[in-house]
Ligand binder design. Structure first.
Ligand code: NMX
Ligand code: MLT
Length: 435
């Protein structure tokens, strides 16, 4: 076993008795009530999932294993001359709850490099897609094509002890995570730069650095990639992508099925696809302005036009958060430091000053503040990734770290098949009838 797997095993052994004790001694304790509005309204707020990988406080935002994002970015070891940490170190943190030493991360970086070879048939699957296919559809299919590599599934067929499910799941998850950035870069080059062809990985580079290299981007795009993958990694377990991954894996489908499914959930405009929608919406505004700098009145009119035509303002609102998303703030600070004069960034910043008040005035959205997606496309655009259909692929690569860490722990703790109960509308009506 490598360092991380050994440490993880030790953590699993320590954690298992806590679940056994909770179930044996407090299995019948009521921790929440469920209202009709919650059942009809997408189960908002019902406490019905457990995860220790991250927790989302509505007013503070996300913490990974107890650490805020600024703490994660400050504490995790960084490659030499980089300003953002190793993504591999984030995986260590998510799985074990501990900040790794630089030596521990460097050994994991080597392990990731050894796992990143992508079989030829995956490139063939990607190449078979028409060039006007959405990159998320291609990514989902590419991940799915790797299913034949699953150690979990082949061992399951041979009869494997339930207590050991986590071990082959760890192998599958780490193999896939190491390959995902290569698959993402291949899709990017195939769709948008076919003339340049495929770049082979640089054996001297970590995951974030190699991704930038394979995308054909110079520094600081390596740091941009590290920042992106880290801040998008997890958002507790109830969001569509994380929940989908957990649900699919709960039937003991292997992580290739679960990751492909989570990618499909992330591809919706109310979830991860909102980052491309923000860019599309901003382009609409710029076109309308015909190169003029919009006044505050112009911005307000554009926002109201969007709302009055029955559309949402992409990049604003959230199902749980009730303040500005700290992932927005991390990226805003990056922009202020590295690209303060970028015209699109100026638009985004100007919108931050008007959108929350308008959403409050409209009175529908429970959270008028920006989420992660309001800022993320602008950074990509600045560094030349202007093909905004691609942005959710970056989100998906980052999100895989959280989803897969969760699935490894699901297997370690023996969480069962997920199967909530549904009822009919008539039953609901009977339940609320006056007695
Ligand atoms: N613009 C306009 N209306 C909104 C917005 C918004 N940004 N956010 C919420 N509302 C509306 C929402 O459509 C709903 O309207 P109706 O009653 O007519 O159905 C009403 O306000 C109440 O919704 P909430 O309870 O505040 O939000 P909910 O939890 O249902 O949905 C989102 C959360 C994120 C889906 C919603 O805020 C939204 O559609 N935002 C825009 C899309 C977006 O940025 N998504 C990315 C989320 C983060 N991510 O990366 O996944
Ligand atoms: C996420 O990162 O998953 C989104 O902010 C959506 C959510 O948390 O519901």
């Amino acid at each position: 076993m490598n360092n991380l797997k050994e440490k993880l095993y030790q953590k699993i052994q320590e954690h298992r008795p806590r679940i056994t004790q909770l179930l044996e001694e407090h299995g019948d304790t009521v921790i929440d009530n469920v209202t009709v509005a919650q059942v009809i309204g997408g189960m908002r707020g019902i406490k019905s999932l457990v995860t220790d990988i991250s927790y989302l406080d509505p007013f503070e935002g996300i913490r990974y294993r107890g650490f805020t994002l600024p703490e994660v970015l400050a504490k995790l070891p960084k490659p030499d001359r980089a300003n953002m940490p190793f993504v591999e170190g984030l995986y260590y943190l998510l799985l074990t709850g501990e900040i790794p030493t630089k030596e521990e991360v460097e050994s994991l970086v080597v392990d990731f490099k050894n796992r990143r070879v992508v079989p030829r048939y995956v490139w063939d699957v990607i190449d078979a897609f028409p060039s006007n296919s959405h990159p998320m559809a291609i990514l989902s299919a590419a991940v799915m094509s790797l299913e034949r590599e699953s150690h979990f599934s082949s061992n399951y067929k041979n009869g494997i002890n339930k207590m050991d499910y986590w071990s082959t799941t760890y192998e599958d998850a780490t193999n896939l995570l190491a390959k995902m950035p290569l698959i993402g870069a291949y899709i990017y080059n195939k769709l948008y730069h076919p003339e340049k062809g495929h770049r082979y990985p640089d054996p001297s580079l970590d995951l974030g650095g190699n991704f930038a290299y394979m995308m054909g981007k110079d520094s600081p795009y390596d740091d941009v990639s590290r920042m992106y993958f880290i801040i998008h990694a997890d958002h507790e377990s109830g969001n569509v992508s994380a929940h989908t991954g957990h649900l699919v894996a709960s039937s003991l489908s292997d992580i290739y099925y679960a990751t492909s499914a989570m990618i499909n959930g992330l591809a919706g405009p109310l979830h991860g696809l909102a980052n491309q929608e923000v860019l599309r919406w901003l382009q609409g505004l710029m076109e309308q302005m015909k190169g003029e700098i919009p006044s505050e009145e112009d911005l307000k009119a554009y926002v109201w036009d969007t709302l009055n035509s029955g559309q949402v303002i992409p990049g604003y609102g959230h199902a749980v958060l009730r303040k500005t998303d700290p992932r927005y703030t991390v990226q805003r600070e990056f922009c202020l430091k590295n690209m303060p004069e970028d015209p699109l960034f100026k638009y985004v910043d100007a919108l931050y000053k008007v959108v929350p008040d308008i959403l409050r005035e409209q009175g529908k959205a429970k959270n008028p503040w920006p989420n992660v997606d309001a800022q993320s496309g602008v950074v990509q655009w600045h560094y030349g990734v202007t093909q905004y259909d691609f942005y959710t692929v970056l989100f998906a690569i980052g999100r895989s770290f959280g989803v897969l860490s969760n699935i490894i722990w699901d297997r370690a703790l023996g969480y069962p098949l997920e199967r909530p109960k549904s009822i009919t509308t008539e039953m609901l009506e009977k339940m609320v009838e006056p007695k």
